[in-house]
Design a protein around this ligand. Structure first.
Ligand code: ADP
Ligand code: MG
Length: 249
């Protein structure tokens, strides 16, 4: 079943048609990669999913409900989270505190710390945060300050901060950009573990083919604002249209 269904989406920036009749169908609990050369429209498409941009036409359905016109915080509330390119964590807080804050914010639908007043709730949330830190491999380090973490571990922490809000769909825009090979492999393992441990769907924009082919269940290839191919990874490698898009031949 498709959790996210995109039909005929267009988005124009002045004279440039950044999204040109985009269609995309993302199966629930799958990892769906979106690849394509620079400027293909990948980030623009993702910005339409999170409500940062409004398409000029077309439909975007999430669990059969339209996302069009919803503000970003509402889209987040219905179960769509985005992981940023540079991990955004609170450096002066511990790893555990970093995960407890979004858990509190999510429950209250507002970002404030008043719930710390209630000790039993704090206990629940702490347990929930610790469970998730276990699943991303950071439980042992939970009392360390976030400022002392490696970039790879910050990515793990950021994923934990997302997961504690129990998203149904997680969007990642080039999660391994600028990473060392070791951190990239680390991220691949992390995404695989999360996808196995949680009922969650991923849309991953990625330029690193190692990442794409080791993770994706399905791949959409974009070029010049258009999805030129959508298929199983085995059929993407060597596809003439894909070669053409990347090599311009
Ligand atoms: P990708 O993520 O695939 O590299 P983008 O979605 O960032 O591509 O960009 C697609 C095209 O739209 C590019 O030509 C880019 O310059 C243009 N573009 C993106 N965002 C804007 C914007 N806010 N205003 C004008 N042009 C934009
Ligand atoms: Mg981009």
């Amino acid at each position: 079943m498709a959790i996210l269904e995109v039909k005929g989406v267009n988005k124009r920036f002045g004279g440039l048609l950044a999204l040109d009749d985009v269609n995309l169908s993302v199966v629930e609990n799958s990892i769906h990669a979106v690849i394509g050369p620079n400027g293909a429209g990948k980030s623009t498409l993702l910005n339409c999913f999170v409500g940062k941009l409004l398409p000029d036409s077309g439909t975007i359905m999430f669990n059969n409900h339209s996302l069009l016109g919803l503000p970003p915080y509402r889209i987040n509330q219905v179960g769509i989270s985005r992981v940023f390119q540079t991990p955004e964590v609170f450096l002066d807080l511990t790893i555990l505190e970093n995960v407890m804050i979004p858990a509190l914010a999510h429950r209250d639908g507002a970002f404030h710390l008043a719930p710390f007043k209630s000790l039993s709730r704090e206990h629940d949330i702490r347990e929930q945060a610790e469970r998730i830190l276990g699943s991303v491999g950071l439980l042992e380090d939970r009392h360390h300050l976030a400022s002392a973490m490696s970039r790879g571990n910050k990515r793990r922490l950021e994923m934990a901060m997302c997961l504690v809000q129990k998203p149904k769909l997680l969007l990642l825009d080039e999660p391994t950009a600028g990473m060392s090979r070791a951190d990239t492999n680390n991220t691949i393992d992390l995404l695989k573990t999360i996808s196995e441990d949680h009922e969650i769907t991923f849309v991953v924009i990625e330029h690193d083919m190692t990442v794409v082919f080791s993770l994706a269940d399905r791949i959409s290839v974009m070029s010049q604002g258009h999805v030129i191919v959508e298929d199983h990874p085995d059929n993407i490698k060597g596809h003439p249209k894909v070669k053409e898009a990347y090599l311009g031949t």
